[in-house]
Design a protein around this ligand. Structure first.
Ligand code: F0G
Length: 351
């Protein structure tokens, strides 16, 4: 057996799959929990990053997709469908391939990052670009799966949550305790629901003796949970979390209230500056949506809501390579160099 067998076999006593099911896995999970010295210094807390971009398709979605696809295959399903801002579709495409199934992905036209589209293409998904936003895509996917023989693998499918809760187990296993505060980006709200379920299970069973406070951050232009009502035309540079009417609304409220946490909105400029800071100061390249957790960490540190001396985990949900356009925006053109050591030295101002 490999050192890390994936979330289903890695947490086999806590993640249920049908008896005798063939486990569909790309050895997802087991991701780094990286100490963040610069963020720790800035906040006066002990800050760690749960680097979910290190999953097989570059986002946390793989945890849930392994479980969803294992169930779908065991049920004899031959096709899956999902709505997505990009990462769910990338994961569904890869795991469907792994399971020997076909996949159809509904994505909002022009609003998905290039790398995510590339993933769906290369794994052979049927890609449907919908003239609408994520919320429209999800409604279409739900209706289609209700009427036709295709399995819905969005997080409204409860087994997705079962897979994603394993990230909370890993955080506790890595720290040897539960954190005091857990910061995360919130879009469709499946992940905050899943983390809370994971933390609850570990605390209930005495694996850890406390539960963290959950801080959920949304982009200011797509912040239905902060405003308390759906947003009809969500807009943000962080396309991953461009969601106006989260499916797991209730689960998110429960996670916030039961943990004594909060929802808060962060502006796109705050997201982009956290995005650059993570890459430039911590060496961790994430996609903009992921940086919402760190933007929120810094904002709540500045206004006192975070406090000091806390053990804090920020989930950074997806890899920076997913969205090369945002990374390269504003880049100045690089002058070509002759094959000449003197030219290198002078370009680097060494001579
Ligand atoms: N971060 C990233 C990188 C995401 O892709 C998503 C969701 C989230 C955070 C928010 O997680 O929806 O569970 O609250 N992406 C979905 C998708 C909507 O289609 O890939 P959530």
């Amino acid at each position: 057996t490999p050192w890390w067998p994936g979330v289903i076999l890695g947490y086999r006593d806590r993640v249920a799959v049908p008896d005798g099911a063939h486990v569909v896995s790309l050895q997802e999970g087991g991701t780094p929990l990286v100490h963040a010295p610069h963020l720790s210094e800035l906040t006066g807390c002990e800050v760690h990053l749960k680097v979910e971009g290190a999953n097989p398709t570059g986002s946390f979605k793989d945890r849930g997709m392994a479980v969803a696809m294992t169930h779908a295959r065991a049920a004899g399903s031959q096709a899956v469908i999902c709505a997505s801002t990009g990462n769910t579709s990338a994961s569904a495409s890869a795991y469907a391939t792994r399971a020997g199934m076909t996949s159809a992905v509904l994505v909002p036209q022009g609003k998905i990052a290039l790398g995510k589209l590339a993933q769906a293409v290369i794994h052979g998904a049927r890609i449907l670009q919908v003239q609408g936003n994520f919320d429209d895509c999800l409604e279409l996917a739900r209706k289609t799966s209700a009427e036709f023989p295709v399995t819905l693998v969005n997080s409204v499918n409860a087994v997705r949550i079962e897979g994603q809760k394993t990230a909370a187990f890993e955080v506790c296993d890595g720290l040897g305790r539960a954190p005091d505060v857990h910061c995360m980006p919130v879009g469709n709200a499946g992940n905050i629901t899943a983390y809370w379920k994971g933390y609850e299970e570990y605390a209930r069973d005495g694996v850890v003796d406390s539960r963290p406070v959950l801080f959920g951050f949304q982009a200011a232009g797509a912040a239905p949970l902060v405003r308390g009502e759906p947003v009809l035309s969500p807009e943000t540079v962080a396309t991953a979390i461009r969601v106006g009417n989260p499916a797991s609304w209730h689960g998110a409220i429960e996670a916030k209230d039961a943990s004594g946490g909060l929802f808060s909105a962060v502006e796109d400029e705050q997201i982009l500056s956290a995005y650059r800071l993570l890459a430039a100061r911590e060496g961790v390249f994430v996609e903009p949506g992921s940086a919402a957790s760190v933007a929120g960490l810094l904002a709540t540190s500045a206004d006192g809501r975070l406090g000091t001396g806390k053990v804090v985990v920020c989930t950074v949900t997806g890899h920076g390579l997913k969205d090369p356009d945002t990374a390269l925006a504003g880049m100045v053109e690089i002058e070509p160099l002759p094959v000449d050591p003197n030219a290198v030295a002078s370009a680097l101002e060494l001579a």
